[in-house]
Design a protein around this ligand. Structure first.
Ligand SMILES: [Zn+2]
Length: 88
């Protein structure tokens, strides 16, 4: 799954592209996380929250996956991200 676009910022937690400032946490373009992965101050949310968001919002709603498959896919996707590299 390729989510990053050359030249565009991507969330270091979930890989989502962040083409505009409002896609960044807190609407701040210097934040390295998207608005789903961090709070308004730019602080990264707990792994469990990010994992749940990704499973539900991306894999279940967008890809139409059942919950079990969505959770497994979210787990695998997050393991590859810089923000969660110690979560292996
Ligand atoms: Zn994110």
């Amino acid at each position: 799954m390729k989510l990053t676009t050359p030249g565009a910022a991507a969330c270091q937690s979930c890989g989502a592209p962040m083409p505009t400032a409002k896609d960044h946490a807190g609407g701040r373009e210097d934040s390295q996380y998207c608005r789903f992965c961090a709070d308004k101050s730019g602080a990264l949310l707990p792994y469990e929250t990010v994992h749940e968001n990704m499973a539900v919002e991306r894999f279940m709603k967008v890809n139409g996956m059942p919950r079990k498959g969505a959770e497994d896919s979210a787990h695998r996707a997050l393991k590859a991200m810089p923000a969660w590299k110690d979560k292996r």
